[in-house]
Ligand binder design. Structure first.
Ligand SMILES: [Zn+2]
Length: 303
């Protein structure tokens, strides 16, 4: 059996798969965020219960928000107790097995590249845009890994001065410590920020999308600006990796008109005569975190 542990700021979900990646079951528990020993104990309990139920010693992959550095140490704003801890090592020691670990958005990319929406392509970029903006790049169904694990962080590249000036946008501070990251404009909260910048009222994203579809002028201005900025941010992915396909997940990916129009807006930020890859919706959506973690575990044990 393969266990994909999808660890979030509020819940930990174990997704249990057979070797063919058919889902057997999922279970969720609250995430212990303050005590690291309680956090590890919770993971040990989930895995031990699964081992006992299926009479196996399952293999384990973890998908977690934040950065996992080259030494395996975590940095996560959502789960303070894991900061500077080597979760894969500590869990592996308790359970006497090798544990694979990756950022959850990279797990999403892997899941979509291996048997999701990107399965027929060699070079796949998987991007999740919801409350944040992150992703990962895969080559031949393997995650691209890099020296510090920050490659492809398009959400924390800076908005170009040309767009700043074009839309008269203020400089926004980002939670990562850098000024003016794309994430502050292209995430769900980013769209609402843009809408208010153009004089709109405080609404939620579904309402704004509805107004856009109805032809509301202010909603149209908001989404034109949003698509321009999103296109610029995705053009950095194309410039860096030139992927065959971009698979999008997260709340923003559910807005079909955004997906349809995005390639044109990416192209506007590329050299003349170069084109954008297709942008398509993810197949597994929210389930991709645990699924990608399981695939990572299978790859680790196949070596
Ligand atoms: Zn940032």
């Amino acid at each position: 059996m393969i266990y994909g542990l999808d660890i979030g700021g509020t819940k930990i979900e174990i997704a249990i798969f057979n070797q063919q990646l058919d889902l057997q079951e999922r279970r969720r528990i609250p995430t212990p965020k303050i005590s690291y020993s309680a956090f590890i104990d919770a993971l040990v309990t989930l895995v031990t219960q699964a081992d006992e139920k299926y009479c196996v010693k399952g293999i384990i992959g973890i998908g977690m928000p934040g950065i996992i550095d080259a030494n395996g140490l975590s940095l996560s704003a959502n789960i303070p107790c894991v900061n500077n801890k080597n979760v894969a090592h500590d869990l592996g020691k308790r359970l006497d097995r090798k544990v694979a670990i990756e950022n959850d958005c990279r797990c999403f990319a892997l899941s979509e590249a291996v048997d999701g929406a990107g399965k027929n392509y060699s070079n796949v970029y998987g991007a999740i845009i919801g409350t944040g903006a992150a992703g990962g790049f895969t080559i031949n169904q393997q995650l691209y890994t890099s020296r510090q694990g920050i490659a492809g962080e398009y959400g924390h590249m800076q908005l170009p001065a040309s767009l700043q000036q074009k839309y008269q946008l203020p400089i926004k501070a980002c939670g990562c410590g850098l000024p003016n990251c794309f994430e502050g404009y292209i995430s769900g909260p980013g769209i609402l920020f843009l809408h208010q910048h153009f004089g709109g009222d405080a609404v939620d994203v579904p309402t704004l999308v509805k107004r856009w579809h109805e032809g509301d002028a202010l909603a149209t201005i908001t989404f034109e600006c949003f698509l321009d900025i999103l296109g610029a941010s995705f053009s950095t992915i194309v410039m860096a990796y030139d992927p065959d396909i971009i698979v999008m997940g997260g709340g923003i990916s559910l807005i079909e008109r955004v997906i349809e129009r995005l390639p044109t807006h990416i192209e506007a930020h590329l050299f003349t005569n170069f084109n954008s890859p297709q942008v398509i919706q993810a197949q597994f959506g929210d389930a991709s975190g645990g699924r990608g973690a399981a695939i990572l575990a299978r790859q680790l044990h196949a070596v």
